[in-house]
Design a protein around this ligand. Structure first.
Ligand code: GLY
Length: 325
């Protein structure tokens, strides 16, 4: 029986991705194709400084991309971590899924794989992202920066940490007209990260997870915290136990906050979107960490040509500040 297509994307800038994703679904393309098309749109947008071309670089000034894609029908998945000098990383992730017996390729060998698959070498820095890097670099002493690369203390956070809006991964969920689900994630990761750092986005179960029998989820936010709680897998498992997508996102974020010392809560934001196999969808974010209260987290949903912006729920350790949908 035909199903009404649905497309979800994290963040306000996800509206454009949701529009492209929904149109692909409406035109009869698969959920996977819609995820890839929407991911590519954001990856190629230099105005989005946390995804693909124009994304902010690591501490050494190199843009390192993470991306993943997953299919709900068969758990097929592909991902890349720390991919440099290559545009459209979610498409490289899809090639990993379709052309290798593996799920994840990282670093230089992911780049070599991309070249073999016809993705040309590309500069990922824009004038703006290079300038922002240079400004940030001036705030670091040589020892701060050297400390990224060397020695047993390199896990100590650099100062200052990336600002909270410098890791705005796009997470994507799609339900196609045949009832198939797919999810995706693509990001340049946390700005000024330690070279080689891979976040939650390309990790199956953390940045994204999907199962046609239940639903799918994708995340954005402080990946180093989110990946420790396998948040997307948790959302899908909670939906399996009967929670709505919104409830599952809220419960997962509350779990995440419960496991972290309260004094750390203002240092990171986390947000999730989710869709159930019947098309019901929702989203939620932590209240602290992302933005000032006048810039609360938003996400886009499309069930027709024109996507809408949603302001899901804002979750604190103790309460849910706002509940919609
Ligand atoms: N969620 C993106 C990152 O932390 O890398």
């Amino acid at each position: 029986m035909p199903v009404e297509p649905v497309f979800l994307a994290t963040w306000r800038f996800g509206v454009d991705a949701a529009r492209v994703g929904w149109k692909a679904l409406h035109d009869g393309h698969s959920a996977l194709d819609a995820i890839e098309a929407a991911g590519n749109l954001t990856e190629e947008d230099p105005a989005v400084n946390s995804v693909g071309y124009g994304g902010l670089p690591n501490a050494a000034g190199e843009v390192e991309l993470d991306a993943a894609i997953m299919n709900g029908a068969d758990h097929a998945a592909g991902s890349v971590g720390g991919l440099c000098r290559t545009r459209r990383p979610i498409s490289v992730a899809r090639r990993v899924m379709e052309k290798t017996p593996h799920v994840m390729l990282v670093g230089d060998n992911a780049m070599l794989f991309a070249r073999k698959e016809g993705f040309p070498e590309a500069n990922l820095l824009t004038d703006e992202s290079r300038q922002r890097y240079e400004e940030w670099r001036k705030t670091q002493t040589d020892s701060d920066v050297a400390h990224f690369d060397l020695g047993p203390t390199s896990h100590v956070p650099p100062k200052p940490l990336a600002t909270p809006d410098d890791h705005d991964t796009i997470g994507l969920c799609a339900l196609d007209a045949h009832g198939n689900l797919a999810v995706g994630c693509t990001t340049s990761g946390m700005a000024w990260k330690v070279p080689g750092r891979v976040g939650d986005s390309p990790i199956i179960g953390s940045g994204l997870y999907v199962d046609n029998e239940i639903g799918g989820a994708a995340g954005t936010g402080h990946g180093d915290e989110m990946m420790k709680a396998c948040v997307s897998y948790r959302v899908v498992m909670l939906m399996e136990r009967g929670l709505t997508p919104t409830e599952a996102c809220v419960e997962t974020l509350r779990y995440l906050l419960r496991k972290r010392p309260p004094k750390l809560h203002n240092h990171y934001g986390a947000a999730l979107i989710a869709i159930r196999k019947d098309g019901l969808y929702g989203g939620a974010s932590t209240y602290s960490g992302f933005h000032a209260p006048d810039r609360l987290w938003q996400w886009a949903s499309a069930t027709s040509e024109e996507p809408v912006l949603n302001e899901g729920c804002y979750v604190t350790r103790e309460t849910t500040l706002k509940m919609l949908g």
